[in-house]
Ligand binder design. Structure first.
Ligand SMILES: C[S@@+](CC[C@H](N)C(=O)[O-])C[C@H]1O[C@@H](n2cnc3c(N)ncnc32)[C@H](O)[C@@H]1O
Length: 244
């Protein structure tokens, strides 16, 4: 499928417009991750990090947070925005990461694989993320099971390239994970979950509550919510064994 923004230059132009506004938004993913994953004292990696909003939030808990994006504009803006000392912003192509094997306890991204229409590219991205992860790998993608959201994106894609993105079915994610794990000789527990949707826990008075309360309420709500209502599908891969 045709992806609207598919080069570092096009993303540079986009981030020049949106970086400041996006950075100020609620770090919904960071709050949920801090609650639902082991983050405290760990080394984390965010791919296609853009504004770095989620990683900036996680920096207060993690030992280190590393943001990777091939948009030099976004990574320069992140470095200039006085990030916490344990946050580093790297301009890098995620298909060829300059990190050693197993460098990170937790790696994640949101909306990143939705920028790739070609299955071979996604397989390469998965393999590279898997290589540098020693604990848990997460991939959050646009949810094709959410037909309402998918239809809204199809409508807007005609006039705005930002909406020309790939949506994934849960089975597609399972296939990517199973085949990538087999190629790499890695055993892992794999599952699909949902993230986001009608996020009342970040609105009104609750928006002023402690981020842990918001993260906890989000975790509960997402567990009860049907997958068809989730904004993103979450592919979760917990590595249990690497065969030599
Ligand atoms: C949909 S945005 C994700 C935004 C980010 N998750 C956030 O919340 O701010 C996709 C990001 O992936 C980046 N990107 C696309 N292809 C890339 C590649 N091959 N390597 C690294 N980053 C890439 C783009 O520059 C863009 O910032």
């Amino acid at each position: 499928m045709e992806i609207g923004l598919n080069s570092a230059e096009s993303w540079n132009a986009e981030w020049e417009k949106w970086f400041a506004r996006y950075s100020r938004g609620t770090p919904r993913l960071g709050m949920w991750l801090a609650w639902s994953q082991k983050v405290d004292g760990r080394d984390t990696l965010e791919l296609g990090a853009g504004s770095g909003r989620e990683s900036r939030f996680l920096a207060a808990r993690a030992r280190s947070v590393t943001c990777v994006d091939f948009s030099s504009g976004a990574m320069d803006a992140l470095r200039e925005s006085r990030p916490p000392l344990n946050l580093r912003a790297c301009t890098m192509d995620a298909r060829n990461l300059d990190f050693p094997d197993g460098a990170f306890d937790l790696s994640f991204h949101k909306g990143f694989w939705s920028c790739f229409g070609d299955d071979d590219d996604v397989a390469l991205l998965f393999a590279e993320q898997l290589r540098v992860t020693r604990g848990t790998l997460l991939a959050l993608v646009h949810n094709a099971a959410n037909s309402k959201m998918h239809e809204m994106f199809r409508r807007k894609a005609g006039t705005d390239k930002l909406y020309q993105v790939r949506f994934y079915q849960p089975e597609e994610l399972m296939t990517i994970a199973r085949s990538g794990l087999a190629d790499a000789g890695i055993d892992a527990a794999v599952r699909i979950r949902g993230f986001g949707g009608p996020d009342w826990m970040h609105r009104g008075l609750l928006a002023r509550s402690n981020p842990s309360v918001q993260g906890c309420l989000a975790a509960l709500a997402y567990r009860c919510r049907p997958l068809a209502q989730a904004e993103s599908l979450v592919l979760e891969v917990r590595i249990t064994n690497r065969h030599p």
